[in-house]
Write a protein that binds this ligand. Structure first.
Ligand SMILES: C[S@@+](CC[C@H](N)C(=O)[O-])C[C@H]1O[C@@H](n2cnc3c(N)ncnc32)[C@H](O)[C@@H]1O
Length: 253
């Protein structure tokens, strides 16, 4: 305790500067619920998926297709992965279908790189020190991400949706915009601009070049919900609810 107090007083300015940014906890357990949502998208469109993430932090959840999952005893994802995620799962399981991710790109106001040791330490520093399993999970996810780090841009979410998501050429895949526990850090003007840009992009979507918006965010009271909107069908579905760290998932239907 004395050591911690003395470090705080020595590094006061450095530590205070962390409070200038939103917390950058990169909770890799959220990949399980995102993978389940991607299975629904893969089943609906029967196409490969290009992923675009807002508020990526270190981009660990852009590795979603590289992890091994077990939901209600059923296996999903990459069975050879070093990282296994097994949330408690209630109700039905998502469609059992191969999820082929062909593109991965994310943005964050302050993106962290798995190739930078200080950034990796920062990702671990956002976790409580007694949460050993969570720390191990992030460390393994960092090792997985180092094999093929996704492209991360330093950008505001609304600017990036308008510039990058909307303007990235269709390549025969479903373009999927996703975000997990990031939206509550966006100002209302940013949320409004994202909504407008997505509705406009949706109007241009076709059966050949569909788009999807998959969010795991707090919406009103209670636990976050996994919500999927797809175009051109203009369909909105609540797929699941889970606690913010995805220990336990309740799949809808
Ligand atoms: C709590 S973290 C969540 C990170 C990741 N989505 C996850 O679930 O593990 C929120 C992230 O959103 C980023 N962020 C906040 N406002 C943003 C904005 N306007 N545009 C882009 N990123 C933003 C923060 O820098 C932070 O990395």
């Amino acid at each position: 305790m004395t050591l911690v107090m003395s470090l705080i007083s020595q590094k006061d300015n450095e530590l205070l500067s962390w409070l200038d940014n939103a917390p950058q906890t990169n909770e890799v357990a959220r990949s399980s619920i995102i993978f389940a949502g991607l299975s629904v998208i893969a089943e609906e469109f029967k196409k490969p998926i290009s992923l675009f993430e807002l508020g990526s932090s270190g981009g660990l959840n852009l590795q979603v297709a590289n992890f091994d999952y077990e939901f209600s005893g059923q296996k999903f994802g990459n069975k050879n992965s070093k990282l296994q995620l097994m949330p408690e799962w209630s109700s039905a399981t998502p469609p059992s279908i191969s999820v082929d991710v062909v593109g991965r790109r994310g943005c964050d106001l302050n993106q962290l790189s798995v190739n930078n040791e200080c950034d990796c330490e920062k990702l671990v520093a956002y976790l409580w020190p007694d949460q050993i399993k969570r720390i191990e999970r992030v460390q393994i996810a960092i090792e997985v991400a180092k094999q093929s780090p996704p492209l991360l841009d330093r950008a505001d979410a609304a600017d990036w949706v308008e510039d990058i998501f909307v303007n990235t050429e269709d390549n025969g895949s479903v373009k999927v915009l996703f975000h997990t526990i990031a939206q509550n850090y966006f100002p209302q003007s940013v949320k409004d601009r994202i909504m407008v840009a997505m509705e406009k992009a949706g109007q241009l979507a076709t059966e050949e070049n569909p788009i999807a918006w998959l969010v795991f965010e707090f919406e009103g009271d209670g636990n976050p919900k996994l919500i999927l909107k797809t175009w051109p069908s203009n369909k909105v579905s609540i797929l699941a609810t889970a606690d913010p760290h995805v220990h336990s998932v309740s799949w809808v239907n």
